[in-house]
Design a protein around this ligand. Structure first.
Ligand SMILES: [Mg+2]
Length: 382
């Protein structure tokens, strides 16, 4: 079998899909993260994609190594392109052998996959307690909220109190029927992160996420010394090499690799295996589109130290589309009592509505993350 084509689609609300074709008529879907550089990613997939035309799509490791080992390597642009191509190759392989991808990676190792739902929380005044109640009534066992909006290096304790009040309102509404993940989103700097980590402890959250930006992970040693809350990070890291310092530091309890960023399905499986050797849990990051989520479920199915899965069903990001809109076999993501079933179909298990993808792609994609400022006009992290 030979790779014959790679088509790229820019899809609202903020997704990039690719379709890899072969001379045997089998095709595979992949998804890339547009981030804030959509056109750069699209140009990159065309440039890197050209180099694999004519190659055997079954040789996933070799293609991965060939694409990865350029003189300049790594970084989010290169790695999301490589991830998207890699998951499309697995989709092809699975369809060729008529088995789900996880069957190549050890087979299923769980009965079902627990998922959590995002409930907002980063703007004052949002009624996170109502959102949490809604998720509880829908059967979820866990939610995740953003802790805070803009926060300066050192900021007012009024903002700290607002964070505590929001978390308190959730605990009052749902007790311990829902686990609560609290995402600092890399918005908080060390001086306030250690304050928040300590003061949130009484609400016993499931984890705090990205207490500081990954480039400031050195600060975790001090933050971790102030709290027993499990610390999660990793959605902006890629490859085994990007994660190894996180493991060695011993400061992180949960890693959150993103299959559309780490280097793909097999790379995420390898990173999870490294985590296992350090007794670290895995909660894969997956707030993007349907193909990335389908690829992530393949990893979850065969990876025992995954304990929960992010997903963004029903979240429209104010741009009109739910990820289910692009999926013909919607039952692949059907969740009941807070769990998703193990996918059964060949490859990634997902059937994409290509006609809809094409028509939406014609409208273009112009997503970029919001630009926030602190009270004094300095740039704030989003
Ligand atoms: Mg996050």
């Amino acid at each position: 079998m030979k790779i014959t084509s790679i088509d790229v689609y820019k899809v609202k609300p903020r997704w990039i899909f690719i379709k890899v074709g072969t001379d045997e008529g089998i095709y595979g879907w992949g998804e890339l993260i547009s981030g804030t550089k959509t056109e750069t990613v699209v140009a990159g997939v065309k440039e890197m994609g050209e180099t694999i035309i004519g190659k055997n799509p079954m040789q996933i490791e070799d293609i991965w190594q060939t694409l990865y080992r350029s003189f300049f390597r790594g970084g989010p642009i290169n790695m999301t392109i490589l991830s998207g191509i890699e998951m499309a190759l697995w989709d092809i392989k699975g369809k060729y052998f008529n088995i789900p991808v996880y069957e190549f990676l050890g087979g299923r190792s769980r009965d079902r996959i627990m998922v959590y739902s995002w409930i907002g929380g980063d703007r004052p005044g949002q009624t996170v307690a109502d959102e949490a109640l809604d998720r509880k009534n829908k059967g979820f066992k866990a939610i995740k909220m953003n802790a805070t909006s803009e926060m300066h290096y050192v900021d007012s304790f009024k903002k700290v109190d607002e964070v505590l009040k929001r978390v308190d309102s959730i605990r009052s509404a749902v007790g311990y029927d829902l686990e609560i993940g609290i995402d600092f989103h890399g918005r908080v700097h060390k001086p306030m992160a250690k304050v928040l980590a300590k003061e949130l402890e009484k609400y016993r959250p499931m984890f705090i996420e990205e207490p500081v930006l990954p480039e400031n992970d050195d600060a975790l040693i001090e933050i971790a010394s102030h709290t027993s809350i499990p610390i999660a990070t990793g959605e902006r890291l890629y490859t085994r090499w990007g994660f190894k310092d996180v493991f060695r530091s011993g400061l992180v309890d949960i890693i959150q690799p993103d299959v559309a960023m780490t280097g793909g399905i097999l790379e995420t499986k390898k990173i999870a295996a490294m985590a296992e050797a350090f007794d670290i849990a895995v909660a894969p990051h997956a707030p993007y589109g349907p193909i990335a989520l389908a690829a992530t479920l393949q990893v979850d199915s065969c990876t025992p130290n995954v304990f929960i899965q992010e997903q963004s069903l029903g979240i429209h990001y104010n741009m009109g589309f739910d990820l289910l809109d692009f999926v013909k076999n919607k039952e692949i993501f059907s969740y009941k009592d807070g769990f998703v079933d193990i996918p059964q179909k060949p490859g990634l298990g997902i059937e994409i509505d290509e006609d809809l993808v094409k028509s939406v792609a014609e409208e273009g994609l112009h997503w970029t993350n919001p630009k926030w400022r602190n009270y004094d006009g300095t740039i704030a992290e989003w």
